[in-house]
Structures are given as C-alpha cells and as structure tokens.
Ligand binder design. Structure first.
Ligand SMILES: [Zn+2]
Length: 290
C-alpha cells in the first residue's frame, strides 16, 4: 500500500513539475525513482530525494545537492533534473550524492505565473535556519534592513517551517562533507565555510555575497562548518546552455575532489599511519621531541 501511495504522489508531483517547467518532462521525472523523504510541505506535497552512491567502492565523500529553495527560481530546479539524469548515467565520480531537487514545492508549484520565492506560509526558507541568536537577529534584520520586505520574511521562529526542519534532519542523518545549493539569477558562485572556494565553475565566477541571520550560508557554512557552495545561475527562468550545464558540473566535481575528497583521504591515511609512527617512536632517541 505504501508503494502505491508513493507512486500516486510521484505521478502527481512529476505531472505538476512538468506543467511548470518546460525542460522537465513527467516521464523522465518518474524514471528517476525519487523517494519520499518522510515529510511533507505545508500544502502536503512530499519532500523528495534520491541517493546515488558508488556500488563497487567506498564513496570518496558525501555531498548534499539542493535545488528550488526559492520557488520562483525555475532554473535551480531544472538544472537539478539535468544533473539527476547525469547521475543516473553514473557521472557522479565516486561521491555519495543526496539530491533534493525541489525543497520548496509549494512556492514553485503554484498556478501559472504565480510561483513565489517564499513557501506556502510566506516564509523565505533561506532565512529560517537556526543560526545562533536567530530570535534576536532575524526579525531585527528583516525589519530594519529590509523594511519588512515580504520576500525576506524569516518566519515566526527558526525552523518554524516543515521544509527547513526536514533539511536540517537530512544534514544530521546524511552528515554531508559538502553542501551545494542552487539559486538564480546573480550569475556567480558564492561560498561559505572552511576550505578554499573555487574561482569559477563553468561560466560562474566567485563572488562572496555574505550571509544573513537564518540563511543556509550562515547555518551550514559558518555555524556547522560544512563547506557550502551556493550556485547562482544567470537566469531564473532560462536554463544555462547545455555545454554550461556540463561545465558547471565538471568544474564542481574537480573542486569537490581537490578540496573535499582529497583532504578526507589524507586525513584517513594519516590516521592509518599513526599507529606505525607510534611504534617507530618506541626506543628512538626522543631528546628532540617537544
Ligand atoms: Zn534564491
């Protein structure tokens, strides 16, 4: 019965995404085999994800990839479906991926021309994460710095929204080594957290945009210390060219290998070497050890 329910949910979800986004079709969406993440949006749309992990070897690192936090940034969802298709073709290069193509389905899947940045409660999900001092800072920022801009409303309290609460659960259970969040339309790559950021991913050049009370950058990158790449595509409505979809992906993989997977491998190797070093030290002249 649960499987029937998931199939119905998926058919409904994929049909609605197909109707909204010209570059996603229902059949392709169904064929991905998205899974129910165990939570629903405010309007009872299931929050869906899909994992891709290498079958024959341990993954080099875990990466969480999130699209559609802002419901009016269509390209941030469309490109995730392109990358999901590439992951289906095994182009994930030994990373363990968890992909969430649409974090804010209620903002996206509204009637024609009515998609909105916020979720169904009018909350900007990217201001609703539990950053330190959220209660003092988020509303003050919203009132004094944005003049109560409705598009920036952080919500009544941190994690008041099912979509943000679920994403935080995903971070706790999946324990990603890096997170990639896709937006539009600033046409840059932004970065928060430890590690050296990429200078460029495809056509997107590095520009550090800073963080806000309740934003993913401040929560994931600064507070949790997990490297966070924020991709800002150039247009919210038009997709990047096909060659750019690939260029961003492969530049991102290159950065992930160099700055995330390699340091993990070196740390693992030095842990394995440590006992040997301990043995070598026994009986050696230790006068110079500080
Ligand atoms: Zn955005």
């Amino acid at each position: 019965m649960a499987e029937d329910r998931l199939l119905d949910e998926l058919e409904s979800f994929c049909g609605r995404v197909d109707a909204k986004l010209s570059s996603v079709n229902s059949h392709e969406c169904m064929s991905i085999g998205l899974l129910d993440g165990g939570a629903d949006s405010n309007n009872s749309t299931p929050l869906l994800f899909k994992d891709f992990a290498p079958s024959d070897t341990a993954p080099v690192a875990r990466v969480l990839l999130v699209g559609g936090i802002h419901g009016d940034e269509y390209s941030s969802v469309s490109i995730l479906f392109k990358w999901l298709a590439m992951l289906e073709e095994d182009l994930g290069e030994r990373f363990h991926w968890r992909v969430i193509p649409v974090l804010n389905p209620d903002g996206l899947l509204r009637p024609p021309r009515m998609s909105q940045r916020m979720n169904a409660n009018g909350v900007d999900l990217n201001r609703n994460f539990p950053t330190p001092n959220w209660q003092e800072e988020a509303h003050e920022y919203w009132e004094k710095r944005t003049w109560k801009n409705k598009r920036r409303y952080p919500g009544p309290e941190a994690l008041s929204e099912p979509e943000t609460a679920w994403l935080v659960e995903q971070i706790e259970s999946f324990q990603p080594h890096a997170v990639v969040s896709v937006h539009a339309p600033h046409g840059v790559v932004d970065f928060d957290g430890p590690r050296v950021p990429p200078r460029q991913l495809g056509p997107l050049e590095l520009r550090l945009l800073g963080t806000y009370p309740g934003s993913m950058g401040r929560y994931i990158g600064i507070h949790k210390g997990i490297p966070l790449l924020t991709l800002e595509l150039e247009s919210a409505f038009g997709m990047p060219r096909r060659d750019e979809v690939y260029a961003i992906w492969y530049d991102m993989l290159g950065w992930l290998h160099e700055k995330i997977a390699l340091p993990l491998k070196l740390a693992e190797e030095s842990k394995l070497r440590a006992p040997v070093n301990e043995l070598l030290r026994v009986g050696s002249d230790s006068d110079n050890e500080g």
